[in-house]
Design a protein around this ligand. Structure first.
Ligand code: GLN
Length: 284
């Protein structure tokens, strides 16, 4: 017989011994998940006796976690911009860094006082950017494009989960014909794959479980910025803007790509670590 308190102590020390940096937080996530306790809404009674079945489940999950499997895939859901998203193998896990992109777009919409803007998110994955924007801009018309059918099934489920009105398109952002379906957009957003060939050789164990299709941005990491800018700028209305998430140190290259494509008002925004994470520009 084991109480929730003993279980929590054991799990924390197991995760800590195995170098899980956020072992306290992760232990809580795993216990709450298995005991079906809504995140942060109920506290666990420390004296509660945990069933053998639940203990076994927790042990299994903990073992997979310490083998390097991402916590988010084990839980099946993750939070982004205060909203829940289904995640699993085949779709990129929403990162906190990406909230900077959402905030940058929301600031732009407010500054220009855009009403009912039309927004398209490319390489949408879980749909975290598209859905967070749709939920936070009044009467926005938001579309999300994704190539991978696995990711697309998460995107569709996440739209329902959040009662969102985002419209989904299955297509390749490198295909000019696909871009031909869109015109007069106010805003394009994208967190495209941006890791270089070198980056891919040193990605952490956990990231290896995520789809390389969502990570690898060609040898120099810039392939998608080059192609998306050239192909999709024609879908913007005059004065429309593009917002990219970028990898650390890519700002000069991405700003140059935007300038070469007649974008002006190039702006950088920093993430919570002070790293330039978003590059945007206006198309004239
Ligand atoms: N931010 C991701 C990472 O750290 C990369 C995501 C992307 O390529 N868009 O691995």
């Amino acid at each position: 017989m084991v109480t929730a308190n003993q279980l929590s102590i054991n799990l924390k020390s197991l995760l800590k011994q195995n170098n899980i940096e956020n072992y306290i937080f992760e232990s809580r996530c795993i216990i709450e998940f298995v005991l079906n306790i809504p995140y942060n809404r109920l506290s666990i009674n420390p004296d509660m006796v945990v069933s053998e079945d639940a203990v076994n489940k927790i042990r299994k999950i903990a073992n997979k976690r310490i083998s390097g499997y991402p916590l988010q895939y084990l839980l099946g859901q993750w939070e982004f911009f205060g909203l829940p998203f289904y995640v699993g193998e085949g779709v990129l896990i929403p990162r906190q860094d990406t909230e900077t992109l959402v905030e940058s777009v929301l600031n732009h919409v407010q500054t220009l006082n855009l009403t009912k803007p039309s927004v398209l998110d490319l390489c949408s994955g879980t749909g975290c950017i598209a859905i967070a924007l749709e939920k936070n801009i009044l009467s926005a018309n938001v579309c999300a494009a994704e190539l991978s059918t696995t990711a697309l099934s998460y995107l569709t489920k996440n739209i329902s989960l959040n009662s969102s009105s985002v419209t989904v398109y299955n297509g390749d952002v490198l295909d000019e014909k696909f871009a031909g379906l869109f015109s007069s957009l106010d805003i394009i957003t994208s967190n495209p794959p941006y890791l270089t060939k070198k980056d891919m050789q040193v990605i952490p164990e956990e990231v290896k479980h995520e789809p390389s299709m969502a990570l690898f941005g060609g040898d120099n990491g810039l392939l998608f910025y080059e192609k998306i800018t050239a192909i999709w700028k024609h879908c913007l209305k005059p004065g429309g803007a593009i917002f990219y998430e970028i990898g650390m140190g890519q700002e000069t290259d991405v700003a140059n790509i935007l300038k070469e494509n007649n974008f002006t008002d190039i702006t950088f925004n920093h993430d919570l670590n002070g790293i330039i994470r978003v590059v945007s520009g206006v198309y004239n």
